[in-house]
Write a protein that binds this ligand. Sequence first.
Ligand SMILES: NC(=O)c1ccc[n+]([C@@H]2O[C@H](COP(=O)([O-])OP(=O)(O)OC[C@H]3O[C@@H](n4cnc5c(N)ncnc54)[C@H](OP(=O)(O)O)[C@@H]3O)[C@@H](O)[C@H]2O)c1
Length: 140
Amino acid sequence: MSGEPVFVTGGTGYLGSALIETLLSRGHPVHALARRGSETRLPQGARASVGDALDAETFAAAIPARASTWYVLGPGHRWPVVLAPLYALLRMIPATRESAQRLGLVTRAQVIATLVHAVATPRPSGIRIVEVPEMRRAGS
Ligand SMILES: NC(=O)c1ccc[n+]([C@@H]2O[C@H](COP(=O)([O-])OP(=O)(O)OC[C@H]3O[C@@H](n4cnc5c(N)ncnc54)[C@H](OP(=O)(O)O)[C@@H]3O)[C@@H](O)[C@H]2O)c1
């Protein structure tokens, strides 16, 4: 493992598990927070820390020095199914088309590509906001 260490929460979830697998394949050591009982469902190769993301005392010491940290917490898995038809409708209406394109849904591949790019290009300040068009470019 040669990359910078990364600490990920939500690593058993739809987004978090794909993020961890991609980071591991790129050589990043991944430290993953999981609730007790969920740690066995983390992707193979991740180093598990048992704790609760809503209680910092249970995991703060497990974040390695220099690690970038990603909070990919649920519940969230199903809401895009509800939003997809809504955005499709908004894209058909001239008055809302542009906003729907700018704010609309992105794919899991686009989310993962955006997060991996952010890990690879860290910034000195702690917060980075990435808008939907940039996420689409990252995943294309
Ligand atoms: N899915 C999408 O398309 C999508 C799109 C945009 C944004 N999002 C957002 O991204 C986030 C993740 O979505 P997802 O679809 O990957 O969710 P998910 O599949 O439901 O996964 C949720 C993850 O969060 C963990 N978790 C929840 N509460 C926790 C706690 N207190 N401590 C530690 N871990 C906890 C779960 O662990 P357990 O295994 O213990 O349950 C699981 O690993 C959500 O906030 C969602 O709204 C999702």
